[in-house]
Design a protein around this ligand. Structure first.
Ligand SMILES: Nc1ncnc2c1ncn2[C@@H]1O[C@H](COP(=O)(O)OP(=O)(O)OP(=O)(O)O)[C@@H](O)[C@H]1O
Ligand SMILES: [Mg+2]
Length: 261
């Protein structure tokens, strides 16, 4: 960046700063965690009216391109956490920033588009649109983001092994195939952050191995960070970095203490 500064002789001189403004922005971005969680608290009201704290996470961060598997048993709050990160649920307290943005503070209309552009979410229950083909499901995901890229949509479906099934609707696909469509859709907008909720829960061992290798590879190719939650030790074993949800979640520790004899 060129910047004019005044000298004592009142002659302007050019000072060359070490970085251009574009470089500075890139540099700052590359040091900024893609996900930052601070003092997050989420409670639910049980049917008897009692409020239960499900999550109480003082700190959790994910760096750009980092791939972490989060281990947690059924009911430990994995889906709740991912829904909070995606801005589908709002926290009772605390901040969640994705790429520096607190998504809960965005107006709802802006939030949907922002999520589509930055976050790829492989839902535990897929959330595919049943009136549309596999290809249309991926393309529809692109409509909320930077725009439809038919070639890339088809390429992603090929990558997840559904080349011959692109025109099939979800009801004409096996559960495992639907899961792979959900994976392709999550990657469609080149997200900075991919959230994967038990993304292989319905796949056999071979397809599980392939799907995990694929999701890690495509995230790696695109520089996307990956946060995958699972209780499956086979899946967790595919990751270099595994964290236990109960270790970062004080609510689980309080629950365990209360339950101890
Ligand atoms: N809307 C709700 N109202 C009350 N309690 C809820 C609600 N949604 C979830 N819970 C409770 O929050 C806890 C965590 O649920 P969550 O779906 O996040 O678990 P999970 O770790 O994803 O489980 P699984 O591995 O079975 O998918 C559960 O005990 C559940 O009963
Ligand atoms: Mg879940």
């Amino acid at each position: 960046m060129l910047r004019w500064t005044k000298t004592t002789s009142h002659k302007p001189r050019v000072r060359v700063s070490p970085l251009t403004s574009a470089e500075s922005v890139l540099k700052i971005r590359s040091y900024m965690p893609i996900l930052e969680i601070h003092n997050l608290v989420k409670t639910y009201t049980a049917p008897d009216g009692e409020r239960t704290t499900i999550l109480d996470i003082p700190n959790f961060t994910l760096e750009p391109g980092e791939q972490i598997a989060l281990e947690g048993s059924s009911g430990s709050g994995k889906t709740t956490l991912l829904n909070l990160i995606a801005g589908i649920l709002t926290p009772d307290r605390g901040q969640i920033r994705v790429a520096g943005k607190d998504i809960a503070l965005l107006p709802e209309s802006v939030r949907d588009r922002w999520r589509a552009e930055h976050i790829g979410y492989v839902f535990q229950t897929f959330n595919l649109l049943h009136g549309y083909s596999a290809l249309e499901n991926v393309e529809l995901g692109m409509m909320f983001g930077p725009g439809v890229d038919k070639e890339f949509a088809a390429h992603l479906l090929e990558r997840v092994g559904l080349r011959e099934r692109m025109r099939y609707r979800p009801s004409q696909l096996s559960v495992g195939q639907q899961q792979r469509v959900a994976l392709a859709r999550a990657l469609a907008n080149h997200p900075n952050l991919v959230l994967a909720d038990e993304p292989t829960g319905n796949l056999d061992r071979r397809h599980t191995d392939e799907a995990i290798a694929l999701i890690r590879q495509i995230c790696g190719e695109n520089g996307a960070a990956l946060l995958l939650v699972s209780h499956d030790y086979h899946v967790l074993g595919k990751f270099d970095q595994v964290r236990k949800l109960d270790e970062i979640n004080l609510a689980a520790q309080a629950f365990a203490e209360a339950a101890a004899p």
